[in-house]
Design a protein around this ligand. Structure first.
Ligand SMILES: *Cc1c(COP(=O)(O)O)cnc(C)c1O
Length: 375
């Protein structure tokens, strides 16, 4: 029988709790690692890494974040609608959104001649003067960016376009969290230094320069330049055990036991009968599945949840709306709270157990899951 009163802390449904005081702690910790004059760009793309972009960004604006970054234009528009007044960099703008970018005072990253030409045309058509744009250079990630050798040429082209002004020059590190790739990272750092010199020489003024993401801030503190860009650290992960211990996960995914079953030896659990009981087991069915962001890779014993401090492995295949976990020997009942990840059970470790990373797990929690803001 369902007895919801048994466990007063139960959320009664699947909820992603967002702790703004944890966010504040993480922001202050990261800021303590940067020089006093260095600006802080808060990366709030993908719903603030799967949490809740508007509330997170407003809190960061209140705490003093200087700049925001999103991946796509619609994410920037949502921030403007929510009351974000600080500058917002759009990391990966699409030509179809150039007019919206200008209408909402968003600032595009330009990474190719194509974008530069297209955006300059729109800015001119819209009657803009010195519209702020950001030049992105490819120093080794080989994803987006102008070629370093073209830095001077690009700058000299932009210099004679009166509707544009270079607000910043930046690049992105490929392996800032990986000590085994230190030499590669140092090459990127050197390449970026040369790019900055070439750009400034041609432009005749000095845009902001920025390079470091969260692991860059923590591992390459001498290369902060004028600004750093932090995402994952704000949400509580430092890609390193020492830093993780100083940061606090902002998001906690909690759910509830819907039903408990006693499964006899020889019975199976879930689709395709993927779990087969060799001895009697007690199972709990939980109201979240791959449509909520717990992918199939967490099934069949790889992933787990925590119930009253005990670890309960996910058994069988993850369903669209549900998972089943093994609660044999755990004192629990229907209606009890279940922690999928949070402060005591790290999303980093859960992700690693299924062969992925915290970034994927936390950004994948779907919009079906209610967000509850605390702190
Ligand atoms: C996502 C992103 C970041 C943030 O990286 P974290 O590792 O989450 O701190 C910074 N810069 C760029 C260009 C990004 O795409």
């Amino acid at each position: 029988m369902l007895r919801p009163d048994n466990n007063k802390t139960s959320t009664g449904e699947t909820v992603l709790e967002i702790d703004l005081s944890a966010l504040e702690n993480n922001y202050r910790y990261l800021v303590s690692h940067i020089a006093p004059g260095t600006r802080f760009m808060a990366v709030v793309k993908a719903f603030a890494y799967g949490s809740e972009a508007a509330r997170i960004a407003l809190k960061l604006q209140e705490l003093g974040a200087d700049y925001f970054a999103v991946a796509y234009t619609n994410e920037g528009v949502a921030l403007r609608d929510a009351g974000i007044t600080r500058p917002i960099l759009v990391l990966h703008p699409q030509p179809i959104s150039y007019k919206t970018i200008i209408a909402r005072c968003l600032e595009p990253a330009l990474y190719s001649e194509n974008l530069l030409e297209g955006f300059a045309k729109t800015a001119r058509d819209e009657g803009q003067k010195e519209y702020p744009v950001h030049l992105k250079f490819n120093t080794g990630l080989n994803r987006l960016g102008f070629t370093p050798e073209h830095a001077g040429k690009i700058a000299s082209e932009i210099k004679i376009i009166p509707c544009l002004r270079v607000a910043s020059v930046f690049s992105h590190l490929a392996a800032s969290e990986d000590p085994a790739e230190k030499e590669f990272t140092k090459d990127q750092l050197r390449s970026f230094a040369r790019i900055c010199i070439s750009v400034e020489k041609e432009l005749g003024y000095r845009p902001l320069r920025h390079l470091l993401n969260t692991s860059g801030i923590l591992n390459y503190p001498d290369h902060q330049y004028d600004m750093v860009r932090s995402g994952i650290g704000l949400y509580g992960f430092g890609n390193d055990a020492v830093y993780d211990s100083k940061l606090t996960p902002v998001a906690s995914l909690k759910t509830v036991i819907s039903q408990i079953h006693e499964i006899g030896a020889g019975e199976s659990v879930g689709y395709n009968r993927a779990f087969r009981a060799s001895t009697p087991v007690r199972t709990a069915t939980l109201p979240l599945g791959h449509a909520d962001g717990i992918g199939r890779q967490y099934g069949n014993g790889k992933g787990y949840v925590t119930i009253r401090g005990n670890r309960a492995p996910i058994i069988g295949n993850v369903c669209m709306d549900m998972i089943m976990v093994d609660v044999t020997g755990i004192d629990c009942r229907e209606g009890d709270e279940v922690v999928v990840f949070g402060k005591e059970s790290s999303a980093d470790l859960l992700a690693a157990a299924a062969g992925t990373i915290s970034y994927e797990l936390i950004t994948g929690i779907s919009q079906r899951v209610r967000r509850k803001i605390t702190g």
